[in-house]
Design a protein around this ligand. Sequence first.
Ligand SMILES: Nc1ncnc2c1ncn2[C@@H]1O[C@H](COP(=O)(O)OP(=O)(O)OP(=O)(O)O)[C@@H](O)[C@H]1O
Ligand SMILES: [Mg+2]
Length: 263
Amino acid sequence: MIEQNKAPLLEVKDLVKNYHDGPNARNILDHLDLSVNEGDFLTILGPSGCGKTTLIRCIAGFEDYEGEILVEGKAVSQPGIDRMMIFQTFEQLFPWKTVKKNIQYPLKINGITDKEELDRIAEKHLELVGLAGKGDLYPHQLSGGMKQRVAIAKGLALNPKIILMDEPFAALDAMTRNKLQAELIKIKEKENATVIFITHNIQEALVLGNRVILMSKNGEIKVNMENKIPKPVTPASEGYGEMWKLLNEALWEEDSESGAVSE
Ligand SMILES: Nc1ncnc2c1ncn2[C@@H]1O[C@H](COP(=O)(O)OP(=O)(O)OP(=O)(O)O)[C@@H](O)[C@H]1O
Ligand SMILES: [Mg+2]
């Protein structure tokens, strides 16, 4: 079969970001190039402060920048429902709204007003994240893991082209984290979503990503590798050890003062 040469969904070209916050302000992102194909699950590693959050905030449209960020060939200049961001914090929900209303709020803002349609979308996405029937609870009645599931449901309900996740599972216990990783892989496959996912954890990067990039402390991409290990990826998978070692060594090199954070 002849492979079709499809343009990447996301193209980042010669991206420079500087916060201009002092006379010695440095380029946080320094002429960075990246392309992400539709259906990719890209995981991003890098030492603390290297610009991972800055990169996905630029893609989300929250920051100004020099260079080009194109989604389906169109320049990103502001936030849009084609790019949803999910954060590390558990407090991404309105505490005074039920789970269902939290999911429906952005849909309403974006013009969906039919009550049945709103209920259908909320229920579908609650089921997708394993929270069927929990729509009438309030955020304070949920665990941290459940809150992250609702945040994911809320992001997915808008049917974005790209889901941007900034260490969404970092504050969860190991068991909940493993479970959510497995669920996210399933959801991604079911919805054919494109995901960009920041993590400090090499194992998480390899379990989730079909591609892993590692940023240097100078805001450049130091490693960009395909992860062809068949899912589910575990430390016992063939090829895991080599990839883990390569990424760990690259992280140590970048982060030699404080040491790499990995498991
Ligand atoms: N609003 C801002 N104004 C000025 N400097 C900022 C701002 N946001 C981030 N920075 C600086 O930009 C650099 C990159 O920050 P960023 O949050 O992107 O790093 P990160 O790789 O996500 O780090 P971490 O792994 O700790 O989350 C840091 O030096 C940070 O101090
Ligand atoms: Mg960050």
